[in-house]
Design a protein. Structure first.
Length: 654
């Protein structure tokens, strides 16, 4: 065995085929899928040119498809022109002006319905307000908003006039906001007095003020949306209320036609150096990826109501809330608050009330709601659902089965999607009317996406279930173009190996005997235990498959003999053991993992807590878990944690 290969011992063989009824009505059948793959394999650029012409409306048609003359700084359709907002709104007005574009529900129960015509009017008026305050094509605008329609309207208004937006998640601290404003050189900040989350007011304007007081010299003006109506400070000459900014604006604004490669947005993601990376996405290529995946993977049709639960502060909220579903003329649901307010039935009540047909959420949310029992979803009518999706991390088989049986009632295909901020749209995911699914696998690459698993030397791994590096071997339209202002960092981060031939995803993966992809964890979350490279995801899945375990996270701890030992954090379905330690239960769980994967994967230590340290978006902060496992003092920023007090439990202090 080569020590360069990541070992996999957790094999899932259950197969779930779509129903005959779903297949009969699906947008893509087996014959069409085979034809798409065949075309992409034989004429790659011709395939993407056809998709771009069919899915997007162009103001100036393109003749160049892919320009790889400055690889890996690729460009697509670079002599064409379009407008993203026009593609998401205007082109639907002829036939669907009175169709709901957005169904909004606030945490406190207020609801708003916005048709495509109304969305066009509101986006146009706000775009005119931006222009009045000096924003023009190419200027950067930072958006720091609650999850309300105004967040999407802000994004679409920027796109309408060619401004480059950068959405900062409303849970980020003032320091994080300031760093992103300054890196982008933003001229304007769009924020709100606050938002409703978890029964409390999120103080957005006060955080924004603190960020600006710390020094943001490029900011010229601030527009403030009045959501919570609590008292805030407004700085004369700089700050203006949203309602005042739009009060006398025309509800018509001609779209600014931009080059296909014009940056649509910057979205900051964490970097290994500590400095956030401004991921830069193009206009046409990004929108194409968003449009085709909403059509293919989510099978969106005219009468669908699509609810992606992600905040627009993350890439999922860009592609599967603000842009992709609107580009294909769908109806989206936006929810402002937490999934457990007033109780854990909130999501399922909204599915019932708004007749949601396609539901897309994170495994973290699924596991959290699963832990609270079946009574909540069983209290509501979920019969409108026809397709379910997962995003953000691999889903463990136990949660997948619960999602399938309790939420989908055994009739809804589940599209488990692998992609990244950097890829812009789904890369590996099942086409739901064709591809049989396996719990925990994102199945196969989409047409036009050339994904593979390679070894340390860049050679494709043909052996089933032998792990390696997940790579994309050809450039694709929705990929990031660079890191804002730092082409060298872009090259060093995403093309550091294999002579720059492949996009390195940063994930380890394996392919099974059927060619299905299984994500095994981040490359930096691969453990090297006594010369064996083990993916953390598989150990976590094994732990969560035990009947007593609700959630688990695994990290490595330096070990003088093994190189690394396995340190697990476990959230139980029942009460947490006193002091976070239970030797008898630990022995049981260690043996369980040994049975599921092998003795080499048994955790050396298990610590129990009521929860795991997560950001407000549900992402587990593994760097904190590694710090705690090593017994080191936590010195990094913890302001983005949903619950900072959980750290005391994890450290054995409570």
């Amino acid at each position: 065995m080569s020590s360069n290969n990541i070992e996999s011992g957790l094999i899932e063989n259950r197969l779930f085929a779509p129903s005959e009824e779903f297949t009969k009505n699906a947008r893509i059948n087996a014959e069409k899928l085979a034809a798409l793959h065949q075309q992409a394999d034989t004429d790659y650029t011709g395939f993407w040119a056809q998709q771009a012409n069919e899915m997007l409306d162009w103001h100036k048609p393109f003749s160049n498809v892919l320009d790889d003359s400055n690889a890996p700084l690729y460009s697509w359709f670079n002599d064409g022109e379009l407008n993203v907002s026009y593609n998401c709104i205007d082109r639907h007005l002829t036939n669907n002006a009175n169709k709901n574009a957005i169904i909004f529900e606030g945490e406190q129960g207020d609801t708003t319905f916005i048709t495509y015509l109304q969305l066009h009017q509101r986006v146009s008026a706000f775009a005119n307000a931006l222009k009045e305050r000096g924003i023009k094509s190419g200027d950067r605008v930072v958006i720091y908003m609650p999850m309300t329609p105004e967040a999407v309207i802000s994004m679409q208004a920027c796109a309408r006039i060619g401004a480059i937006h950068s959405v900062v998640f409303g849970g980020f601290s003032a320091d994080s906001l300031r760093d992103r404003i300054n890196d982008a050189g933003a001229k304007m900040l769009i924020t709100a007095d606050g938002g409703h989350r978890g029964g409390k007011i999120v103080e957005l304007k006060s955080a924004a003020d603190k960020a600006l007081e710390g020094g943001c010299p490029s900011i010229e003006s601030v527009i403030v949306y009045q959501r919570t109506q609590h008292d805030i400070k407004m700085q004369a000459g700089r700050d203006i209320w949203w309602h005042d900014a739009v009060s006398e604006q025309s509800d018509h604004c001609e779209p600014v036609w931009v080059n296909a490669e014009h940056p649509l947005f910057l979205l900051y993601t964490s970097g290994s150096t500590g400095k956030p990376k401004g991921i830069q996405h193009s206009s046409a290529g990004y929108l194409l990826g968003a449009a085709v995946t909403n059509s293919w993977v989510f099978d969106l049709k005219d009468d669908d109501v699509f609810w992606c639960t992600a905040d627009v502060g993350w890439i999922t909220g860009h592609t599967y809330v603000a842009y992709g579903p609107l580009a294909v003329g769908s109806t989206i649901v936006i929810y402002e608050g937490a999934p457990t307010v007033p109780d854990a039935g909130r999501f399922w009540k909204m599915v019932q009330d708004h007749k949601v047909s396609v539901f897309y959420t994170a495994p973290t949310a699924i596991r959290a709601l699963m832990k609270l029992g079946d009574n909540f979803p069983n209290a509501y009518d979920l019969s409108s659902l026809r397709l379910l999706g997962t995003v953000g991390e691999p889903i463990n088989p136990e949660a997948w089965i619960w999602y399938h049986e309790v939420i989908g009632k055994g009739k809804c295909p589940i599209v488990d999607t692998w992609w990244q901020t950097e890829t812009g749209s789904n890369m590996i995911a099942p086409i739901p009317g064709v591809v049989a699914t396996k719990p925990g696998s994102c199945t196969k690459a989409l047409p036009g996406i050339m994904a593979d698993v390679v070894d340390e030397d860049g050679n494709s791994i043909s052996e089933a279930n032998r792990g390696g590096y997940l790579v994309i071997t050809k450039p694709f339209p929705s990929m990031l173009r660079t890191i804002w202002g730092d082409d060298e960092r872009y090259k060093d981060t995403y093309y550091p190996k294999f002579d720059g031939r492949f996009y390195l995803a940063g994930d380890s993966a394996r392919k099974d005997a059927d060619g299905y992809f299984w994500i095994m964890g981040r490359i930096d979350d691969v453990l090297n235990v006594s010369g064996h490279r083990l993916g953390t995801m598989e150990i976590e899945s094994a732990l969560v498959s035990h009947e007593l375990v609700a959630e688990a996270a695994v990290v490595g701890k330096p070990h003088e003999v093994k190189g690394e030992s396995i340190f697990a954090y476990v959230v139980l379905k029942g009460e947490r053991p006193a002091g976070g330690i239970d030797e008898e239960l630990t022995k049981t769980l260690r043996n369980w993992v040994g049975e599921q994967i092998g003795a080499i994967a048994k955790p050396d230590e298990i610590r129990y807590a009521d929860n795991l340290p997560k950001t407000r978006s549900g992402k587990i902060m593994r760097r904190l878990l590694r710090t705690i496992a090593k017994g080191e003092e936590i010195t990094s920023d913890t302001s983005t944690l949903e619950n900072e007090s959980i750290l005391d439990q994890l450290q054995g202090k409570a």
